[in-house]
Write a protein that binds this ligand. Sequence first.
Ligand SMILES: [Mg+2]
Length: 262
Amino acid sequence: MSYRGAVVDLDGTVYRGGTLIPGAAAGLDALRAADVEVAAVSNDPTRSPTAFVERLAGMGLTIEPERVVAAGTVTAAFLTREYPEARLFVVGSSGLEAQFRAAGCALTDDPLGTDVLVASYDRGFDYDRLTVALRAIEAGAAFVGTDPDRTIPGPDGPVPGSGAIVRAVAGVTDREPDRVLGKPSAETASAVARTLGVDPAGCLLIGDRLDTDIAMGEREGMTTALVLTGVADRADLDDATVQPDHVLDSLGEVGTLLDEGT
Ligand SMILES: [Mg+2]
């Protein structure tokens, strides 16, 4: 089939940790050779599009920052639109705070002066931060998560991701977040659609997670391909409610889908 656009996940699909996954560069080349518009999409909330461009450049890959849809960007856009003038308390990384500042958001350290509590991947997360989150939300702050990834791949195995922090805050406050951005949210899907300018029906989504990548692609009417270089393996497909249209050993095999039916 010929696709006009491709939505390509990064961590677990193009690279793992800081290492390029074998075949990924060839897969991206195959998409471009077939005149497929590529958008890179990531639930890593710590990096701006420019930081992703630099990370990819270090692996020999070229992409324009306008072609990167990242959880931090999508969250900042959501907050400035839905909560203009809001004071944010960020339980998250310094990289996320820098993105919020660059977007013109106001940050606060005062839980009782917080309009929106943002929960995200935070290596400094501890009892005191959980206490602040509890008090901010009990005082009436909205509760927003950057992305739902419960774990992220680490060099020695999975480590807690934003989803773990969001759930900790949800647990102590006994309430669900008002919104969680990143994949598979509608906000991220809209950002992808704007980036590609292509009808979702003509898009191929390639990612390593069933609950975020494949779920978003399926809901948006895209063709989906699961790669086995990241979080999911074939055994995960047995009891999954979301099923991809294709399963690829790696992004390097994406050319087999582009050739289909032509
Ligand atoms: Mg991934």
